[in-house]
Design a protein around this ligand. Structure first.
Ligand SMILES: NC(=O)c1ccc[n+]([C@@H]2O[C@H](COP(=O)([O-])OP(=O)(O)OC[C@H]3O[C@@H](n4cnc5c(N)ncnc54)[C@H](O)[C@@H]3O)[C@@H](O)[C@H]2O)c1
Length: 296
């Protein structure tokens, strides 16, 4: 029997794409599944799909940017399954295609609220439930390869994904004593509907027809992105890859080993910058001081 069997996972943005793939993979491991998503129609299809596969599923219509809706999901999950053992913070939106001076502030607010604050609210709500039963558990945050280096014309998206990687590293150290394993998933392109994220854009952020993706529509970049996503990794692989990596207790979960050079180049550049700082006479006094605030 797997370590996951008989336990409960909550997956945000679980109605389709990467979230649904992870939910299915965890369901196949014998977990009960709670799906949260803003898209009621797609959520109902996902619920039926999981149920047809014999997976015990609870579907909750919710918006990750609303902390009170997270509380309702927690209440329903506990009422139905008793305990929560794993949270997968997957819901996310993409807005790629605008330069910094052309990007509008509503786009920034939308992307930051969903991709970053949604994870903060979800984690604050669910971690106490996982700590409560003392059996340990898992927190999986879905970032992106964009969290491993700046992607041009995607400042807001990159900002949130870099933040998700950093938050995951912080929480990894924080939650280890509670036997809660933290992982951060960093995919490159996966074939989903991420490039149509504005379909679920809430009215308070300008609604469906008023986002960066739309203003970039018809542009060469939009056409290129569509092609790249269409040629992306089959989404079914991602869920199984997450299971494989959780069993191996991995903090960073990669799905595209061919992108290794992105990280290597970034760290080489950072290391070279440290080398120059170390050679600066201005900084000679701090060279041998202790490093404070980071765990090994
Ligand atoms: N597809 C890729 O190439 C790719 C690459 C790297 C990272 N990611 C990340 O993977 C995650 C999932 O994206 P995907 O590719 O499956 O996209 P997707 O658009 O297919 O699925 C996203 C899901 O999130 C839901 N959602 C959107 N806003 C929400 C909100 N406010 N509250 C609740 N649910 C909401 C959508 O309804 C949808 O079901 C995102 O965090 C994304 O940034 C995707």
């Amino acid at each position: 029997m797997s370590n996951f069997a008989g336990k409960t996972v909550v997956v945000s943005g679980g109605a389709e794409g990467i979230g649904l793939s992870i939910a299915q993979a965890m369901g196949r491991q014998g977990m009960s599944v709670v799906l949260g998503d803003i898209d009621a129609a797609q959520l109902e299809l996902a619920r039926q799909q999981l149920e047809a596969q014999g997976i015990d599923v609870l579907a909750c219509v919710m918006d990750v940017t609303r902390v009170e809706q997270w509380a309702e999901v927690a209440e329903q999950a506990v009422a139905r399954f008793g305990k929560v053992h794993m949270l997968v913070n997957n819901a996310g939106v993409g807005a790629i295609g605008e330069s910094i001076e052309r990007s509008n502030i509503e786009d920034w607010r939308w992307v930051v609220d969903v991709n970053l604050m949604g994870i903060v609210y979800g984690t604050q709500t669910m971690i106490p439930l996982i700590k409560q039963h003392g059996e340990g558990g898992w927190l999986v945050n879905v970032a992106s390869m964009a969290g491993m280096g700046g992607v041009p014309f995607a400042g807001a998206y990159t900002a949130t994904k870099v933040a998700v990687v950093g938050m995951s590293e912080s929480w990894h150290a924080e939650l280890q004593p509670h036997n809660i394993q933290v992982s951060v998933l960093c995919p490159a392109f996966v074939k989903t509907r991420i490039n149509l994220s504005s379909r679920n854009r809430q009215a308070e952020y300008g609604g469906e027809n008023d986002d960066a993706a739309d203003s970039a529509k018809g542009s060469a970049m939009a056409a290129h992105m569509q092609k790249v996503i269409d040629n992306g990794l089959a989404v079914e692989i991602v869920g199984e890859r997450v299971v494989e990596a959780l069993v191996a207790n991995e903090l960073y979960i990669f799905t595209h080993p061919n992108y290794r050079s992105v990280v290597q180049k970034r760290f080489q550049a950072i290391d070279a910058a440290f080398e120059r700082a170390a050679a600066s006479p201005l900084l000679a006094g701090v060279l041998n001081e202790d490093v404070v605030g980071f765990t090994d």
